[in-house]
Design a protein around this ligand. Structure first.
Ligand code: PLP
Length: 396
């Protein structure tokens, strides 16, 4: 028999994954070209050529024991040196290898950071809508996820007043995700400064640091020249969780890292704790070959222009049909207001072979998420279905 906790988790298992499976099944029945699956944030562009070349070169030229062996739980020293140098060049920071731990994607990074920080019953705050897995990651360590509703303006920017009111003596951390999944909103420097001011004020009031966990798998996916601020520059007690899943289109390879700056309260202890967490959660270390490969590709990017083209087309078409949505500036998602309950709307969309994830999965009912990391041709083919849907609701 499985545990009571797992029984509940299995019952509430990922709607997105279930939808993806359903989409695959429908494609088998009526043909792939007739199904418009916008459910999963799986990159549609290939990794840069240099990833493949680097892997081949590493396999050909390096000692197999070095490539495939155990190592420090934090990852290869020279890989962390190279990433630290790259960050310092890009963001005028001053990290070194000791500030970094290579992780099993952003998911691994978030889990080790939360394991290091949370006592049972501690609270972790996040702004809705948010990546639904945060609920599981926080509950993994008996923490409580506090979900702040979106602001009244509906622009999905963080609300510092709501944050101030939500912080209690049990608050250990705030998780932000910038650029954001599912809204595509990019928090500005001002947004971050406002958040940082509240966290500083409340940390002082309660006499204990409140950490800012910056979940950044979409950092490189920003459009129209929008800048994504680097959070350690605005708040010392920041833990950055980065991933190459989207920036290099490598989600299956499970590779990322966390950064803990020296300025963070108890930085040394925190890094040691994350290091041990990496080991005892069973990650041990991030995949070795991938660590070496991404270190060769730090100046590479996937074809962001492909996502940008999809973004522009869908935004223009959907707004033209009467749908309401905030223009996304980053990531590869659109978050569209639904004219009725998001579950009912999603079911109606499915009748037209459109797979759109209800906002409930992101702690925000009344919307659906469209993952536009798909073929442009599928977008074009799907437009009549969106138009029919809009017409049924009297939007156009
Ligand atoms: N955080 C957010 C906001 C995500 O959207 C995802 C994946 O889609 C993750 C974390 C997990 O990323 P990774 O594949 O690097 O573990």
């Amino acid at each position: 028999m499985i545990s009571e906790k797992m029984k509940a988790l299995v019952r509430g298992s990922s709607v997105i994954r279930a939808m993806f499976e359903e989409g695959k099944k429908m494609a088998g029945e009526i043909g792939r070209e007739n199904v418009y699956d916008y459910s999963l944030g799986n990159p549609s562009v290939n990794p840069p050529e240099k990833v493949k070349e680097s892997i081949k070169k590493i396999l050909d030229e390096k000692d197999p024991n070095y490539i495939h062996g155990y190592m420090s739980n934090s990852g290869y020293e020279d890989v962390r040196d190279r990433i630290a140098d790259s960050l310092n060049k890009r963001f005028a920071t001053h990290f070194n290898r000791n500030n970094l731990i290579m992780t099993v994607g952003a998911a691994g990074g978030l889990n080790i950071a939360l394991k290091a920080l949370i006592n049972p019953g501690d609270e972790v705050i996040t702004f809705s809508p948010f990546f639904g897995e945060y609920r599981n990651y926080v509950s993994n360590f008996e923490g409580v996820l506090v979900e702040l509703p979106p602001n009244e303006k509906g622009d999905f920017r963080p609300d510092p007043e709501a944050l101030r009111n939500a912080i209690t003596v049990r608050t250990r951390a705030l998780i932000v995700n910038n650029p954001n999944n599912p809204t595509g909103v990019v928090y500005s420097k001002e947004d971050i400064k406002n958040i940082a001011a509240v966290l500083k004020e409340k940390s002082a009031e309660f006499g204990a640091p409140i950490y800012l966990i910056s979940d950044e798998p979409y950092r490189e996916l920003a459009y129209d020249g929008v800048k994504v601020p680097y959070l350690t520059k605005y708040y010392d007690n920041t833990i950055v969780g980065y991933s190459f899943s989207k920036s290099l289109s490598l989600p299956g390879e499970r590779i990322g890292y966390i950064v803990v700056p020296d300025e963070a309260d108890g930085a040394k202890e925190l890094i040691s704790a994350c290091n041990v967490a990496n080991r005892i959660l069973g990650f041990v270390n991030a995949p070795s070959l991938m660590q070496l490969a991404v270190a060769e590709c730090l100046d590479e990017k996937c074809a962001v222009e492909v996502y940008d083209k999809n973004r522009k087309k869908l935004y223009e078409e959907l707004t033209g049909m009467g749908f309401t949505l905030v223009k996304p500036e980053g990531a590869f998602y659109l978050f569209v207001k639904t004219p009725e309950d998001d579950g009912a709307f999603s079911a109606k969309a499915k009748e037209k072979h459109l797979f759109l994830v209800p906002g409930k999965s992101f702690g925000c009912s009344g919307y659906v998420r469209i993952a536009y990391c798909v073929d442009y041709d599928m977008i074009i083919r799907s437009l009549p279905a969106f138009r029919e849907l809009a017409a049924e609701y009297g939007l156009c």
